[in-house]
Design a protein around this ligand. Structure first.
Ligand code: SF4
Length: 463
């Protein structure tokens, strides 16, 4: 049976989930083709011929984009079973059920989709039921991802260090997360469950991508230090096997402090930067989001990383129902004081809290006064900041960040524009601070990390 694996957007990476699923289905002799609409047009003949179409919904943006192409897919192939998989598959059951016959599998998808394929290929009529959704945490034996048939790595986001560009690959060394942050889409699916991926599978996938030209690897684990000893083995093996390959990881503030003795190892094994989800610098907001760190912890982690020479790349949920103009301006001031301006992607200063269905926040007593109706079009609950000036500032910051990127302004220049907008909103005369620029260019990806944004016009146009 022919199977089409489809990704709409995976944060600028060659889609790991498609490669992993392809390995499982090809082991069953399935005739698998992969289409990544982030870089390619829809393969219409593959869509027409497929008996099973699997669509990866890794995040909000990917899900919104998938909803835009689904009517066309159904037009091309009314009979194919569509399987939605990934973090956002089960949470968006209501929006996806209209595309039956379909199923949604969140969490550990490979073994479940393989079973579905076997049933469909074997003519099991019950597999073609209208719609079903499950969350799986089955502990299957991992297979090395099969990246054949995916677009080449140089078509994806690359690592930038000043004018230097490095082709980037992407892999994962673990699944799930041990933590329960209230706003995080990982939590409704994994609920504190975490599992390392065996070293040989991780290294095999890295080896394939190095063979395909990768000079840098992004580890996309929700948190690289959920299993610190495993993480240590992975980076030491990476350094031993591919001493010239650099990498980046995502680690929460709490783990940066608890595992401070391991940070030097990251630096010594080629880690160029650590993405860390700071989200806010206000302790009440951090408490509502159950982040497990405080403002003081963020400051300590930033100083610690600076001492070691490890670049931190903080991400934020800058606008929440609890954000005031003063809280926002204080966040900007802290970023400037810590010397992090060049390390923060400007879009991070505009991110608005997303509350998808399944989010723990939808029942949080601090959220309830602000929570509006669920929007089926936006796939999230609407909310309004009680101060309309904050809403206006969010839109202004978003526009400044987008305009600045279009005009190739530096992060410092965009930060100054945003600072001015925030000072104007507060009605204070405060010139942007004189910023100390880092002595060497800050490494970053050519596509900034954010998973909760609405699709851009450019992304829609590609579809
Ligand atoms: S925000 Fe990060 S640390 Fe918190 S639950 Fe999500 S993945 Fe885990």
């Amino acid at each position: 049976m022919k199977v089409l694996l489809l990704s709409t957007y995976d944060l600028g990476h060659q889609p790991f989930a498609l490669a992993s699923l392809a390995a499982w289905l090809r082991a069953e002799d399935a005739d698998v083709s992969c289409c990544d609409q982030a870089v390619d047009m829809l393969d219409e003949s593959a869509a027409k011929d497929a008996g099973l179409i699997c669509i990866h919904l890794a995040m909000h943006t990917a899900t919104r984009l998938a909803l835009e192409i689904l009517p066309r897919l159904r037009q091309l192939n009314p009979a194919a079973h569509i399987c939605f998989f990934g973090l956002y598959a089960a949470a968006n059951e209501a929006a996806l059920a209209g595309f039956a016959p379909a199923s949604a599998i969140a969490g550990e998808f490979e073994a479940e989709i393989t079973k579905l394929y076997q049933r469909l290929a074997g003519g099991d009529q019950s597999a073609e039921q209208d719609y079903s959704a499950i969350i799986s945490k089955d502990k299957f034996k991992f297979r090395q991802p099969d990246r054949s048939g995916l677009p080449p790595l140089d078509g994806y986001a690359h690592l930038k260090i000043g004018d230097e560009k490095r082709i980037a690959g992407y892999t994962e060394a673990s699944r799930g997360c041990k933590h329960l942050c209230s706003h995080c889409p990982v939590v409704p699916v994994y609920g504190g469950w975490f599992r390392p991926i065996p070293l040989e599978v991780v290294m095999g996938d890295i080896g394939t991508q190095v063979g395909n030209g990768a000079q840098h690897i992004t580890f996309g684990d929700p948190d690289f230090f959920n299993g610190p000893a495993h993480a240590e083995r992975v980076v030491m093996a990476l350094k031993d096997t591919y001493p010239d390959i650099s990498y980046d990881v995502t680690i929460k503030v709490e783990h940066l402090l608890k595992q401070k003795r391991r940070l030097k190892l990251l630096k010594d094994t080629g880690c160029l930067f650590v993405t860390t989800a700071v989200e806010a610098a206000d302790d009440r907001i951090l408490d509502i989001l159950a982040k497990g760190h405080t403002r003081a912890d963020f400051i300590e982690a930033s100083v610690l990383a600076g001492e070691i020479g490890l670049t931190l790349s903080p991400t934020f949920v800058a606008f929440t129902p609890w954000t005031t103009l003063e809280i926002y301006f204080d966040l900007l001031r802290l970023i400037a004081e810590l010397g992090l301006v060049e390390q923060v992607a400007p879009v991070q200063l505009a991110i608005r809290l997303l509350v998808p269905d399944g989010s723990l926040l939808k029942r949080h007593p601090e959220m309830l006064p602000y929570l509006g109706a669920f929007s089926p079009e936006r796939l999230s609950y609407q909310w309004q900041n009680p101060d309309n000036q904050v809403e206006k500032l969010q839109m202004r910051v978003q526009a400044l960040a987008e305009l600045g990127e279009d005009q190739n302004k530096s992060r410092s220049e965009i930060f100054s524009d945003i600072w001015q907008a925030a000072a104007d909103a507060l009605g204070i005369a405060s010139l942007p601070p004189a910023l100390t620029l880092p002595q060497s260019p800050v490494p970053c990806m050519s596509e900034p990390w954010y998973c909760c944004a609405e699709p851009t016009e450019a992304q829609r146009a590609r579809l």
